[in-house]
Design a protein around this ligand. Sequence first.
Ligand code: PLP
Length: 384
Amino acid sequence: MPSPIRSKLPHLGMTIFSVMSQKALEHGAINLSQGFPDFPVPERLRALLAEAVHAGHNQYAPLAGEPMLREAIAAKVCALYGCALDAQAAITVTSGATEALFAAICAVVRAGDEVIVFDPAYDAYEPAVTLAGGHVRHLPLCPPNFRVDWDRVRDALTAHTRLIILNSPHNPTGAVFKPTDLEALAQITQSTDVLLLADEVYEHIVFDRCQHQSLLRHAELAARSFVVSSFGKTYHCTGWKVGYCIAPPRLTAELRKVHQYLTFSTMTPAQHAFAHFMTEEPEHYRQLPAFYQAKRDHFCAMLRRSRFRFTPTRGTYFQLLDYSELSTCNDVEYADQLLANAGVASIPISVFYQHPPPQQRLLRFCFAKTAPTLEQASARLCAL
Ligand SMILES: Cc1ncc(COP(=O)(O)O)c(C=O)c1O
């Protein structure tokens, strides 16, 4: 008998997104759980991908990404955040934001290092820290607005703190940073060696005329940051798995050492397609806030007739709904009931906490869906 494998991640099961999507399939439920659109990729972008394949762009891309795409990213970041970048030395194209997050964490976290993460936290961060031998220090975001308590962050810093992982716009709560958050972060970290990892995959999905507060807007923060984004979220093509990481050359050099042996490079024809599309149609990402705000407003207007309570989300394509008036069950149980009885799949947010607040009754719903899908789901939710 071979001896059992001593798991490096013994407490980890399948991600909640796969679990709920699988259950949604089994129940034939409307899937508002996993964060992906049910509408098509822009037609021109699909055509550009096909053109790139036919033109023969099918072999390994350069390790750091196609120069044309990195130039397009640099131009966008300069226009939006006023940050001038050396595309050659500071931008790396990765196989989704997931790869960038993992590579950044592996590149800088050593055994015994501490990494600050804010709960509820997207579930990709902690396993990477654990595999790197680090320890996650969980700090809570403060309901009802899920803001960071910067005094608590200051108190949590130790000589071992290596990295703080930030996520704005925030999944699952939809909270977005304000300029004062960046100021506070800069002040707390200024005379330290702490590095920052900013997960900004929803950078183009902010509402109510808010501006996305990228760490790239703030020179002192940018100098110690990995900033990660995802083409999948911006161009409705999560299945293409293309993202990127922006970091100062000294950090990029370390990130690329990991990226080189994790995936080496990222799907070539997709990089060509994005490079052309970004240059041809910058309107796409400029119009994204209005596009998703209309969906948020439509979904929320319908849900006002329901017994769920909510504050319209400020960013991302996720809406939290409080079901306290409907049930006293915990959110994992209630998400299962909703799936089985109402045929709507959602995500219980307690799974994103080390210690979930016991009285919290919140589910996350993805509204990156067509109007008929949202109408059908809302009708079911309103009938409860
Ligand atoms: C906060 C956050 N970060 C990262 C990712 C992963 O992005 P990608 O699909 O580009 O790997 C997601 C996807 O849902 C996300 O919500």
